[in-house]
Design a protein around this ligand. Structure first.
Ligand code: KG4
Ligand code: ZN
Length: 335
């Protein structure tokens, strides 16, 4: 098949994004970040939908004009069907349907979590099958066995909070602005990871639990602040380093177990938390020790973006995996 050109839309959370892919090569990745949520300390679903509504057409316009691909040349249009915020998804789905209907081209639905993993196929080097991908974001923490581009199996996942949520919620307890993950990472770089100890959750099989650390940090701070009301400011770097160390330890324990169990040496990470410098360093050390091949996407493809949706759509196009115009978004959607 030649000249496959696809426009892809991402609108599952708080980034409005559009990208164009031509014959499997990403031409661009336009992202409009919503700053409106900052003052609320988290994503406000209603505001996210309204911002998508405002940003989507300008973002699509920029994606098409900067790629040099005109809409009449498009072979298909793709969108994120789920998982995500229902109202936010609805904006992207409605746009994609109208676009496909008007141009009379196929419509491709994409699973956001599958797309995070397929971000590894945008640039070289690409992992070889089978590989394990640890997907770590604000909404998800999953260990996925990737057998082929579109054949994936979730082998472990969090039973409560996502690891990104654990970063953000503990950061909030420290008075850091949302999203707290990058701030914890920044302070942790200069702190002692062994200064304070927080309990590691003991979950069976390959599953995770991250809700306990938030409670542990809450009680720890409450007790320390009783003794010294300046405790947080005096120890911020050490507290951040200790929290980050605990979260990474939990992530890596199960990742090592999964790699052993499935006899896999190609290990990838995806999602917003893969930007974490502590996690990246730990994986690089493990790669040396266990002879793993590690794959970490470029930062712009770690956080939510339409390039990864376009990559997934390309493989689905090759399989002629199209959907009808009666498709609806899914807030919860399995890989
Ligand atoms: O994948 P993503 O952009 O959005 C979704 O949740 O789908 O991930 C956002 C999450 C937030 O929880 C944010 O705090 C976290 O990724 N994050 C980080 C870092 N950069 C982003 N967490 C720890 N260290 C970082 N450097
Ligand atoms: Zn995401």
């Amino acid at each position: 098949m030649k000249n496959i050109k696809i426009l892809a839309i991402e609108s599952s959370c708080d980034e409005t994004s559009a990208a164009v892919i031509a014959n499997g090569k990403i031409l661009n990745n336009i992202v409009a970040t919503q700053s409106v949520h900052e003052k609320y300390g988290g994503v406000v679903p209603e505001l996210a939908s309204r911002a998508h509504q405002q940003h989507l057409i300008p973002v699509v316009h920029e994606a098409l004009s900067s790629s040099g691909v005109c809409k009449e040349e498009l072979s298909a249009v793709a969108f994120t069907r789920g998982p995500g915020l229902m109202g936010a998804l609805m904006v992207g789905v409605s746009f994609a349907k109208s676009f496909a209907y008007a141009l009379d081209i196929p419509l491709i639905e994409v699973n956001h979590m599958q797309a995070h993993i397929l971000a590894h196929f945008i640039d070289e080097p690409k992992p070889s099958f089978p590989f394990i991908c640890l997907t770590v974001s604000g909404g998800h923490t999953q260990l996925v066995l990737v057998k082929d581009h579109l054949a994936m199996e979730v082998i472990g996942e969090t039973l409560d909070d996502a690891v990104g949520e654990a970063f953000d919620k503990t950061a909030k307890l420290l008075g850091l602005p949302y999203p707290g993950g990058p701030m914890v990472d920044k302070y942790a770089k200069e702190g002692d990871p062994n200064a304070f100890r927080f309990p590691l959750s003991e979950m069976p099989s390959l599953n995770y639990s991250f809700s306990g650390i938030k409670t542990a940090v809450l009680y720890f701070l409450r007790d320390q602040l009783k003794e010294d009301d300046k405790f947080i400011e005096k120890n911020l770097k050490d507290i951040c380093a200790s929290i980050q160390h605990t979260l990474i330890k939990m992530l890596v324990q199960k990742l090592k177990k999964a790699a052993r169990q499935y006899k896999v040496r190609d290990i990838a990470i995806a999602g917003g938390v893969s930007a974490n410098s502590g996690l990246r360093n730990t994986l690089e050390e493990l790669a040396k020790e266990l002879k793993w091949n590690i794959y970490i996407p470029k930062f712009e493809y770690c956080t939510d973006n339409a390039a990864m949706i376009a990559m997934a759509a390309h493989y689905k196009f090759l399989n002629k995996d199209f959907c009808g115009l009666d498709v609806s978004p899914m807030a919860k959607m399995k890989i």
